[in-house]
Design a protein around this ligand. Structure first.
Ligand code: FNR
Length: 181
């Protein structure tokens, strides 16, 4: 059976460029792997009281889904030089209750993008800071910073820039190699 790798996207926007990058990766999943988007927009804002008083219904299936994954790919824009709140919230939700960190040991890949030249560097590295604490071994090289992301797609929303397509396929191969180690 295929191993399942989850994809968490740091944007809820219908026409999200990061979602379009995710779609390209899903369509180019390496043999033996299924890449599956994991929804995060339905998760209520985390409150530590939930751990004592009971959590919103959306939390349990999300935590179980994360626990079931062979690995996690994060694809995110940068919001105000950091990780968008919706993604940070999802990370926090599955990190708790204390002692039940669903991310523990999951090999991760971080992809950031931006509509400018800065490529989401701030978000990429703030995210990596959390992944250290969550004990997620994370692919170090190649680093994946995608600038001017709005220019990479055709009118149907498919990734049409050949250089980016090749780079992203190489990244996936490097990540799978890393995950299998
Ligand atoms: C942004 N954007 C942005 N871009 C960037 O390079 N650095 C940043 O710090 C920010 N900050 C920021 C804050 C907020 C609240 C928004 C809404 C946007 C622009 C961002 O790169 C752009 O909106 C992308 O298109 C967002 O990604 P999706 O939604 O296309 O995946």
């Amino acid at each position: 059976a295929n191993k399942t790798i989850g994809i968490l996207i740091g944007s809820l926007r219908k026409e999200s460029f990061n979602k379009k990058i995710a779609n390209f990766l899903i369509a180019n999943a390496p043999t033996g792997y299924t890449l599956e988007p994991v929804e995060i927009g339905q998760l209520e804002i985390y409150n530590q009281d939930f751990d004592e008083e009971g959590s919103p219904a959306s939390y349990q299936p999300f935590r179980e889904k994360i626990k079931s994954l062979a690995g996690v790919i994060f694809i995110t824009p940068e919001y105000n030089r950091s990780v968008p709140g919706v993604l940070k919230n999802a990370i926090d939700v599955a990190s708790r209750p204390y002692g039940q960190n669903a991310w523990d040991g999951k090999p991760a890949l971080v992809i950031s993008s931006s509509i400018s030249n800065i490529s989401g560097f701030g978000a990429n590295h703030h995210l990596r800071q959390s992944l250290v604490f969550l004990n997620m071994p994370t692919l170090q090289q190649p680093e994946v910073y995608i600038p001017n992301v709005q220019s990479l797609f055709d009118d149907a929303g498919n990734l049409s820039n050949a250089e980016s397509a090749k780079f992203l396929k190489d990244v996936l191969a490097a990540y799978i190699d890393f995950l299998e180690k």
